[in-house]
Design a protein around this ligand. Sequence first.
Ligand code: NZQ
Ligand code: ZN
Length: 410
Amino acid sequence: MVDNINAIGKIHNADMNNFNYQNTTRYVFGHGEFLNIGRLLSPIAGKVLLHYGGGSVKRSGLYDAVVTSLKEAGIEYCELGGVKPNPSVEPVRRGIELARAEGVSAVLAVGGGSVIDSAKAIALGVPHPGDIWKLYTREEQQSATPLPVATILTLPAAGSENSPNTVLTNEQTGRKLGYGHESLRPALSIVSPELFLTLPPEQMAYGACDMLCHIFERYFTNTQGTELTDALCEATMRTIMQQASILRREPQNEHAWGQLALAGTIAHNNLLGLGREQSWACHGLEHELSAVYDVPHGAGLAVIVPAYFEAVWTANPGIFAQWAMNVMGVTPSRDTERVVREGIARLRAWYRELGLPQTMAELGLPADADYAAMARAAVATYGARLGTDCLPGVHPLNVVACEAVYRAAI
Ligand code: NZQ
Ligand code: ZN
């Protein structure tokens, strides 16, 4: 494996990198806060596009509560539901047309990461003169400020409620691509933990796995001098694992949902990534699985992450041993390899405890899955954006190494 890994990126900086961080989201947390959506939206918009998913918000009564609050505040709305997990570009195009025709001044997403990402895409597309998908493929450049996005989160996972990112799938081309711009951080996000009580256990598990990986992508770095963000990352990782384990046993524990949701937001609003060289290799590999086989993002990550760690840890044993000891509770030892391998074994055990898949077969991939094609696509997307022929990370992976990670997880 190591022979297949390109050696670029082994630069050890003496101190953390410079950074420029602005987080513009008004973040409102707590029981019952979603009932204030109308009042909180008033300064932002007079008319909104209300965007939601496949029906959970109607079954739970949240839709009715939101509509009532909008009416009480005198906010007009039109609506577009039906966003599916791993959201597609086609309904986004319809949403853009609707938002333009109705003259809305903001998009209100009520749902999980898929609904929020679709809402961001609509908000981005309304003032964009070209085709929205061409922003995701980088064939076109963003030239206008998106409409403001507000969110009521119903599933703590993707962190989109406070991230500047959106991820869409184009079913025609079989590609799942992300787009990021600071103007896409929601203007307002409301997180009320009682809204998570209707989630099935597998969605909790996918969500916890996703948020943990958002920290892995930042934490496992070759950047030196990152003591503060190391410690913040470690505390947030421990919190996610502890609270998800509680929720596995007690799915109605609202306090645990609140802790998990706050950790999930912090995991991906880039506070934890300040000044660090970041990886996103596991996300690059996973997005190909979701694009081709429509697997849940968090489930795909549970299969990819252990195989990825085993492929790259030798490039920076220190950070992996630090994680194993400070997060996974492995007893310190001079035998670094034993410490790291025990950390990875404990991570696998935690995935199992949550009921997450461990192999490509458990994920539902066919025996003849084309891992070589997915490896090429992942490198083409993530490497090309950085001008390399590798997925970045503590140990950059070329196409052959990426395929080996996929195959190690079969
Ligand atoms: O569609 P409905 O009926 O609402 O059902 C949803 C959906 O089937 C259901 N659900 C949501 N809230 C519920 C509920 N069911 C019962 N009670 C509730 N309170 O959960 C299912 C999954 O929802 P989805 O939004 O797809 O999940 P998630 O939040 O995990 O989002 C996944 C998407 O986010 C992207 C992923 O790639 C994927 O497309 N990501 C976005 C990121 C970002 N924008 O920053 C970063 C992430 O790394 C990730 O890539
Ligand atoms: Zn993710």
